[in-house]
Design a protein around this ligand. Structure first.
Ligand code: FNR
Ligand code: 8K6
Length: 347
């Protein structure tokens, strides 16, 4: 029933995956206080190397991208060295790993980087407080100036280069889930009146500039992108957002990236303005390799691949609960059920 997951998949001339199961990016907040990956993180990723591809937990590109405690970075030599140990261990176990590149934008908090501005597309604050640090109320961001946008693009490209230096097989640009890039792609957050706002082309500009800068630095074969056409996390939906993604997805397809990955927790959710689920919407206008995700089991994911709904399956929470997820599925062994209490420990 899950046989379709266990055939190799050629992403491009540079990368072939040994199976179609990806480990989804999963923030764990377990890096040390300098945001360097620890030995426990090395072991955690190494245990999961049977995945066709691991996508690392979201990893911040620079200090003001941080929105949660102890999320790893990729901007200091110590962080690059720490990740090198992770990628070496994964490679030794026969696996492949991409780094997910992250800037949280308005979901950042200056508590984590010693004060100063939080940057976003516009000065629209996200409501509420930082999870697990309930005393930290989100601050109103500064709308990034044109110079600040240029610098952000440069910093994404540098983090991508740092990822390659750290031994990663590639990067996934985190353009999903209401973080910085997504903050340009939805009307709820993007109120700009310059060349980065108002029209689908303008609202897509930052995302495409980041993609192009990363591709120029490390190559399209090693670059992937995660997007959330539906606003569902830290963001309110607006039916006008559809036109933004109708423009953006074909533009991304022209770049021949390694893959495009949906950002969603449950892919059975239907969005009126997208005409269905986010994977169905993305499949209808994106022509390259598509990764499906969101509350799938190996069986439902395999069936979706057989039905040509997407090409590769990303698995999140079950991979936290089962380090040996791939072997268990292959052998038909029983899986341990995920519980939020498992987030307190890396195993
Ligand atoms: C996530 N998710 C997530 N997504 C992302 O793009 N970057 C990240 O760092 C994280 N971090 C994260 C942490 C935890 C604890 C959870 C549960 C989820 C979303 C994740 O990649 C995935 O899309 C969802 O978990 C849905 O897939 P599953 O878990 O239903 O297979
Ligand atoms: C501290 C880590 C932050 C990264 C994301 C963690 C996600 C936690 C898992 C549950 C989140 C629920 C997200 C909202 C989905 C809404 C669907 C309507």
């Amino acid at each position: 029933m899950t046989a379709s997951l266990f055939t190799p998949y050629k992403l491009n001339d540079t990368l072939t995956l040994s199976n179609k199961i990806l480990m989804a990016p999963l923030t764990r907040c377990m890096a040390d206080d300098d945001l360097v990956p620890t030995q426990k993180m090395v072991d955690y990723y190494a245990r999961r190397a049977e995945a066709g591809l691991i996508i690392s937990e979201a990893t911040i590109i620079r200090p003001d991208g941080q929105g949660y405690p102890n999320t790893p970075g990729l901007f200091t030599p110590a962080q690059i060295n720490g990740w090198q140990k992770v990628t070496d261990a994964v490679h030794q176990n026969g696996g492949k790993i991409f780094a997910q590149l992250w800037h949280t934008g308005r979901v950042a908090h200056s508590h984590f980087f010693g004060g100063g501005d939080v940057l976003s597309s516009s000065a629209q604050a996200v409501e509420g407080t930082v999870p697990r640090m309930r005393e930290l109320v989100y601050q109103t961001p500064k709308a990034a100036s044109l110079d600040e946008i240029k610098q952000l693009v440069v910093d994404y490209a540098q983090a991508a280069k740092n990822a390659i230096d750290a031994g990663f097989d590639g990067v996934e640009i985190h353009g999903a889930n209401g973080y910085l890039i997504d903050q340009f792609l939805h009307h709820d957050n993007n109120r700009r009146e310059d060349e980065y706002g108002q029209t689908p082309e303008n609202m897509s500009r930052f995302a495409l500039e980041v993609v192009d800068a990363v591709v120029a630095r490390i190559g399209a074969d090693r670059t992937a992108l995660r997007l959330s056409p539906a606003a569902y996390f830290n963001m309110a939906a607006d039916p006008r957002d559809r036109a933004v993604f109708d423009y953006l997805l074909p533009e991304v397809a022209k770049r021949n990236l390694a893959f495009l990955h949906g950002g969603i927790f449950d892919d059975s959710m239907q969005f009126d303005y997208l005409g269905g689920s986010i994977s169905a919407y993305m499949r209808s206008i994106y022509t390259g390799t598509l990764v499906g995700v969101g509350s799938y089991t190996a069986e439902t994911g395999s069936a979706a691949i057989n039905d040509n709904k997407f090409d590769l399956l990303a698995i999140g929470r079950p991979f936290i609960a089962n380090p040996d997820y791939v072997a268990k599925v292959r052998d038909g062994a029983e899986l341990t059920t995920y519980a939020d209490t498992m987030l307190t420990e890396l195993f």
